[in-house]
Design a binder for this molecule. Structure first.
Ligand SMILES: C[S@@+](CC[C@H](N)C(=O)[O-])C[C@H]1O[C@@H](n2cnc3c(N)ncnc32)[C@H](O)[C@@H]1O
Length: 339
């Protein structure tokens, strides 16, 4: 289909918009969707409760109402919509709040993306240029940032955990090590779904401590060992499946291969590594959403989204052979690697 010049122009104008993404993040950071959760409020009251200038807030809300995020039932009065419901805080699942809060870890990463030109010139992440240290060091230096990162990951993991727990031959497994498992949302679901399984959760100390606080006392928590540590060091022995959910895409090839090597070293001869990630499908045309994530991985973490040959090659660098690949929904695939 050929678009007219006007249509092309309009399309480009909507693609180049920077204001809607920032306006969205601003209202989430101020907690406006929460304030509107019970119904409509006037802009003066919203400005008073959020401590901002009424005229500026009005201009932001007017734009977001035009975009369908809120409605404006009367001039200067705003009301929630099904979109703004998804921006409310305090829901562990199905909230974009932790992803858009500019005071949180993910929002902090987004803000570093203004340095995209430098990433193009160097091929390296720009997070350090923005904040003086690489992302994982920066998060580790601030418990509130770490906690907000873990909350964002847990909200996402809640949505994908059932697919991981039902999309693989778990009955044949004995003991799963979830490496870089965050607060263990996926592992807890796995252990709940498969009562014969034992688990080990390995991540940075704050995430592991939070995990133990959240679900350590449950029936599945009693079948789990909570181990603070790094997946760049020797991994705990005993597991026959090592699970890596959305971990490998955080890292460039050298580091990603090093993580897989640690996994291979810790497994028994019949052991398996299971990577749960999106696979970039270059033939079918990768989705724009995944390509955005690919750029975010470059700019913030120095990682990347990979296609199937990339994953196969990465495994080979670690002495692992790609076995089965299963799509489990939501664009997520499980890649099984054998020794
Ligand atoms: C993108 S998150 C994925 C978390 C979890 N697997 C999930 O899907 O929700 C990456 C995880 O890697 C962890 N991580 C980063 N560096 C690590 C390291 N050196 N050793 C262990 N975990 C690490 C982070 O703390 C974080 O929990």
């Amino acid at each position: 289909m050929t678009l007219s010049m006007d249509e092309n122009f309009a399309r480009l104008l909507s693609l180049k918009d920077t204001m809607t993404p920032w306006a969205l993040r601003a209202v989430v950071t101020l907690g406006v969707p929460d304030l509107l959760a019970d119904g409509e409020l006037g802009v003066a009251e919203l400005a008073r409760r959020t401590g901002v200038v009424p005229d500026a807030l009005h201009r932001v809300l007017r734009l977001l109402a035009a975009r369908g995020v809120f409605t404006e039932p009367a001039p200067g009065v705003y009301a929630p919509t099904s979109l703004s419901r998804l921006l409310e805080s305090g829901q562990r699942c199905m909230s974009l709040h932790p992803w858009l809060d500019l005071d949180g870890a993910i929002g902090r990463g987004d803000r570093a993306c203004v340095h995209i030109l430098e990433a193009l010139r160097t091929g390296l992440p720009v997070y350090e240029r923005a904040y003086g240290r690489p992302v994982w060091e920066d998060l580790a230096a601030d418990p509130a940032l770490t906690a907000s990162f873990d909350t964002a990951m847990a909200s996402r993991a809640t949505a994908l955990a059932p697919a991981v727990a039902t999309g693989y031959d778990w009955p044949s497994a004995r003991h799963v090590l979830d490496a870089g498992g965050g607060t263990g949302t996926v592992l807890a679901e796995l252990l709940r779904t498969h009562p014969h399984l034992r688990g080990t959760l390995l991540d940075r100390a704050p995430a592991v401590t939070a995990a133990r606080d959240i679900w350590g006392a449950t029936a599945e928590g009693r079948r789990c060992t909570f181990t603070p540590g790094s997946f760049f060091d020797a991994l705990p022995l005993g597991a026959d499946v090592i699970l890596l959910v959305s971990v490998i895409h955080d890292w460039a090839d050298e580091h990603a291969a090093a993580i897989l090597r640690r996994c291979a070293e810790a497994l028994p001869p019949d052991g398996r590594v299971l990577i749960a990630e999106h696979i970039r499908d270059d033939d079918a045309g990768a989705t724009a959403g995944l390509l955005e994530l690919d750029l975010l991985m470059l700019l913030v973490y120095g990682g990347r989204e990979r296609n199937l040959p990339d994953f196969r090659e990465l495994g080979e660098r670690a002495g692992l052979r790609l076995g089965g690949v299963t799509e489990v929904g939501g664009g997520l695939s499980l890649l099984e690697f054998l020794l």
